[in-house]
Design a binder for this molecule. Sequence first.
Ligand SMILES: *[C@@H]1O[C@H](CO)[C@@H](O)[C@H](O)[C@H]1NC(C)=O
Ligand SMILES: *[C@@H]1O[C@H](CO)[C@@H](O)[C@H](O)[C@H]1NC(C)=O
Ligand SMILES: *[C@@H]1O[C@H](CO)[C@@H](O)[C@H](O)[C@H]1NC(C)=O
Ligand SMILES: *[C@@H]1O[C@H](CO)[C@@H](O)[C@H](O)[C@H]1NC(C)=O
Ligand SMILES: *[C@@H]1O[C@H](CO)[C@@H](O)[C@H](O)[C@H]1NC(C)=O
Ligand SMILES: *[C@@H]1O[C@H](CO)[C@@H](O)[C@H](O)[C@H]1NC(C)=O
Ligand SMILES: *[C@@H]1O[C@H](CO)[C@@H](O)[C@H](O)[C@H]1NC(C)=O
Ligand SMILES: *[C@@H]1O[C@H](CO)[C@@H](O)[C@H](O)[C@H]1NC(C)=O
Ligand SMILES: *[C@@H]1O[C@H](CO)[C@@H](O)[C@H](O)[C@H]1NC(C)=O
Ligand SMILES: *[C@@H]1O[C@H](CO)[C@@H](O)[C@H](O)[C@H]1NC(C)=O
Length: 878
Amino acid sequence: MTARPWLLLLGLAGVLLRVRGQSAPDSTGFVSIDCGLPEQAGGYLDATTKLPYVPDGAFTDAAGSNHNVSAEYITPSFSKRYLNVRSFPGATRSCYTVPSPAPAGSKYLIRATFVYGNYDGLNQLPVFDLHLGVNFWTTVNITRPGTAQIAEVIAVAPGESVQVCLVDTGSGTPFISGLDLRPITNKLYAQANATQALVLVERCNFGVSDLSLVRYPEDPYDRVWIPWSDPGVWLEISTPEKVQGTADLRFHVPSAVMQTAIVPRNGSRTIELLWDAVPNHAYREPGLIGIVYFAELEAMAGGALRQFEMTINGILWSKVPYTPKYLISDIFFNSEPHQGYGGRYNFTLNATANSTLPPIINAAEIFSVVSMANAATDANDVAAMSAIKAKYGVQKNWAGDPCAPKTLVWDGLSCSYAISMPPRITTLNMSFSRLSGGIPSYFANLKAIKYLDLSYNNFTGAIPNALSELPFLVVLDLTGNQLNGSIPSGLMKKMQDGSLTLRYGKNTGLCSNGSFCQLTQTKSKSMLAVYIAIPILAVVVTGLLAVLLLLRKRKQKGKGSVKPRNEVGGGDDEHNMLHLDNRRFTYRELEAITNNFKTVLGQGGFGCVYDGFLADGTQVAVKLRSQSSSQGVREFLTEAQTLTKIHHKNLVSMVGYCKDGEYMALVYEHMSEGNLEDKLRGKDHNVRSLTWRQRIRIAVESARGLEYLHKSCSPAFVHRDVKTSNILLNANLEAKVADFGLLKAFSREGDTHVSTARLVGTQGYLAPEYAVAMQLTEKSDVYSFGVVLLEVITGQHPILQCPEPTNIIQWVRQRLARGNIEDIVDARLAGDYDVNSVWKATDVALKCTSQASTQRPTMTDVVAQLQECLELEEHHCI
Ligand SMILES: *[C@@H]1O[C@H](CO)[C@@H](O)[C@H](O)[C@H]1NC(C)=O
Ligand SMILES: *[C@@H]1O[C@H](CO)[C@@H](O)[C@H](O)[C@H]1NC(C)=O
Ligand SMILES: *[C@@H]1O[C@H](CO)[C@@H](O)[C@H](O)[C@H]1NC(C)=O
Ligand SMILES: *[C@@H]1O[C@H](CO)[C@@H](O)[C@H](O)[C@H]1NC(C)=O
Ligand SMILES: *[C@@H]1O[C@H](CO)[C@@H](O)[C@H](O)[C@H]1NC(C)=O
Ligand SMILES: *[C@@H]1O[C@H](CO)[C@@H](O)[C@H](O)[C@H]1NC(C)=O
Ligand SMILES: *[C@@H]1O[C@H](CO)[C@@H](O)[C@H](O)[C@H]1NC(C)=O
Ligand SMILES: *[C@@H]1O[C@H](CO)[C@@H](O)[C@H](O)[C@H]1NC(C)=O
Ligand SMILES: *[C@@H]1O[C@H](CO)[C@@H](O)[C@H](O)[C@H]1NC(C)=O
Ligand SMILES: *[C@@H]1O[C@H](CO)[C@@H](O)[C@H](O)[C@H]1NC(C)=O
């Protein structure tokens, strides 16, 4: 008595079946696709429905291949649609995109058909998944090679197209024979909405013993009503009279379906129907929805009564005994899916004691529900990615939605997934992708992007200014192209305020080789040439030019000019330059500024740092070279030279300089809150502790400064003396890395490390490979920064006396082995922090301080990770 699966029967039956009705009602909006039909073959009218079928080429850009099914499976009754398939070997996801014939948000019946027919000669029946857009639809399990299997779903299309994807799950190559799209009135099937779809299990037309299908045109939505009978058990009854439609406009059933019905034989007073949901890996026990249709087909003689009760899995469904109406359709349905009972839907009709006639049933539909709640990627992001994909003919796995589902994200992308928001693309990496021509504007349409890597392609022409309008862009890598022209002002500005890291080395037309950041090619020797946008640098350049040139000559490096020009500046810059030229100080002026070197702020690498005030009241810090140290000259020059070259929000910047006889000094912006070491445990120790949020923000900012030294400078710089006392804080507690006196540049491109003759740096912060083998790379700074981070977390010294001298890394590792983060966190935080944020920061710190330099992250990674710590903390509520 179990309902039999009809899916297997439909295909072969295709032509044998008689379709009732010959009129041709409106089929506007139907899309009928014969998959694998060669383009040149053109379309045709289906023999049964007279609906036009078209080849599939226009609906897919997947690299599938067309095949004919094996001749042994072809019978005269075979529908033309099943003669050929398109298969998708080697592709994880292959999609058909059908432009929505109805407005966005419309409801559709979508039907995919599959006849394997040993098209590949392998005689292996595949199993694969179907997705509707970004949501799982069903698993297609091909069980018999010669018969059609059908997947059908009723769903609301989210956008302007309907996308059906075949997903390879490792159990054979996905293929498809046909795809039908039928718009249906939105009122129908209220259970299908924007977040839930109905996958057909069975659609039965009871009481038909021949093989007549009812479908289009009798069913205007081209639903296929399958004959369902078992003459041994059921008595078929029918009427030539039309049956009126239901009063409920949410349902529609063709009269032809209602004109036949079954009643039990042999005096039985019960009809029992069983449907089993088909579980799959996404839904172990799918919820079922049933819709049953009744109409009385026999005129009742006096005293006759047909009355019954309905139960589902033993639970009474109808509140009062039910009597069908004569020649009028009526329906019962679940609103909420029926769950449990092992996925079984046991629908029983039982005549009441008063009933003189057995129960009757005319038709039924059973669906399982699937969630459609996954949102597709933001439409603008999708449009931009589609344009990029089309322009460059990207193959990779770029099919379907770029970000969703998470398991099928396109290669080279990462996305953000916020709850109840469409995913957004945050990273696009197309390095080494052989892209050529101008950089297209599509990239600038990825409005949520943070990291854009277009390095090592063949891009030519200018950098589009539109890229500077990307509000969240943090890293733009254009290294290794053939770009020319100047760097757009918008990007320059973002670089200078530290919000953007722009990499553009190895672009012959953009920067002079090797030298740092010459913004444009020198075009003329105009006297009015305006120097770099940051006026301070202009001063330093003019002022220290002699020194620098001397130094360069001595080093015989033969680098290009360090005179960066900026065409995008204006007259104001020139004005500033003249104005700021006064910022070359004499020794006398320094005496005035510092009130005779009265207040010592600290001891730098080569001398004392004094507090001072400029005439206009600006507070500054003056670093005066100690005359006793010959080493100091070199460090001074290194630092002076460096400061002309680098400028970043998180690196301390220079206000002026002094070169007056033997006196040399650098004048910096004043960092009123002193250094991080003092803030953590020095003078300010007892005043007020930094909060976790402040600490982690300081960590992010100083990491950004270091990242800039490592990644945005050409050649790259290693700071060599990263420690908490070299991280300065301004009045807003913004962190800036200071003291570039020991800074070391990698002299040649391709050098991965430098061996330095002299060990410099500070005990407790030295990376093992540097301390032992004098090998210096950016990773040495990463190590030191890891120590800084541990100090930030614990408030401890890099070397603890407890009672043996122990370094902070060991100390933290030992204590963490007990699994308790509270054991290491600075007690002065008084527990006020997001635990996840602290854990994550600790994890980053421990990775940074890995013994092997290759296991340490880059500063770029560190910035990203710490940024997440900050976000965790900021979302933390007390
Ligand atoms: C499939 O069969 C058709 C007609 O029999 C034939 O023209 C076509 O070349 C075949 N295609 C392939 C890929 O074998
Ligand atoms: C496919 O169907 C066969 C036969 O019903 C069954 O044995 C097999 O487990 C199914 N495979 C999957 C992946 O569902
Ligand atoms: C869709 O229907 C389900 C089940 O009734 C309901 O939980 C969900 O909120 C509905 N979704 C929308 C978008 O109306
Ligand atoms: C019903 O009765 C017919 C003949 O009277 C018999 O052939 C058939 O097997 C019976 N069916 C059942 C389910 O008892
Ligand atoms: C179906 O439900 C009816 C009524 O609750 C019950 O008598 C019958 O045993 C059930 N059948 C199955 C197979 O569970
Ligand atoms: C069917 O109805 C009869 C008479 O009302 C009742 O005795 C019997 O228990 C019912 N059977 C089921 C399975 O509900
Ligand atoms: C059955 O018929 C009797 C007499 O007409 C009536 O009192 C009773 O309510 C009926 N039962 C049902 C379940 O309709
Ligand atoms: C982009 O991919 C290349 C390798 O294909 C890798 O070296 C590079 O680090 C990636 N860039 C980013 C930003 O992840
Ligand atoms: C890119 O440019 C290089 C050097 O001009 C050339 O050798 C290479 O073939 C180009 N590649 C592409 C894909 O255009
Ligand atoms: C940049 O290169 C493009 C083509 O590669 C060329 O047409 C254009 O004139 C160049 N512009 C400059 C400023 O050199």
